[in-house]
Design a protein around this ligand. Sequence first.
Ligand SMILES: [Fe+2]
Ligand SMILES: [Fe+2]
Length: 272
Amino acid sequence: MRLLFVGDVVGRSGRTAVTERLPVLKRDWKLDCVIVNGENAAGGFGITEAIYTEMIDAGADAITGGNHSWDQREALVFIERAPRLVRPLNYPPGTPGRGMVLETASGARVLVINLMGRVFMDPLDDPFAIAERELSACALTAAADAIVVDMHCEATSEKQAMGHFCDGRASLVVGTHTHVPTSDHRLLPGGTAFITDVGMTGDYDSVIGMNKAEPLHRFVRRISSGKFEPALGPATLSAVAVEIDDATGLATRIAPVRLGGRLEEARPTFWD
Ligand SMILES: [Fe+2]
Ligand SMILES: [Fe+2]
């Protein structure tokens, strides 16, 4: 299976990169499954139903979230009729939506698990206990052909710990939230593909996707002068490409993808 995981889409610039590039990538790379983190898609804060539909139409099979999942209040309602919208599984019981989705993409069963870390973040339920519960209930190949864990998290240590915790039981553990791609993409010893952070899909001439002026003002003056607004320059589509063995559900290759915008281009060579 050929899988692409696209990092946090930030604002209009990030959405444009997705709608323009994803259909082409899906065709050229013969992608079986595309997962997109959409927690910053609506002006940097959350996701609307129209944007959800736009990204599904562009080729996303599932859209994950994070600490910004509920910034657009309509998400609390439309998530119930958006079967491909996934929210962190470790929110308290009774939270709308679902933390996981078992979708068929190209005839395959893909389990998508979205979790939020607790270090330097609003602490939710234990993501490791929830990962254990889900992975025990849904074993690779028996109940799912691929399992993807989006570990939405501030601390690099917590993301790496989750990678090792799931090693051999998930196809991919991918870190999101910090919006800067790390260069440690690799296969863990048990066969799980891993990267500490996939990076954002947004304008990198910014402070983590936001127009530089306001973050700079707050850091320098310690006073807010207005709202955070997404930077509007050309976005880099930042993602990881993962090849998954159909027989085992484990990964055989992982490569970074960075297309357009201000970062140096990177693309997988194993699908040429
Ligand atoms: Fe984000
Ligand atoms: Fe986040």
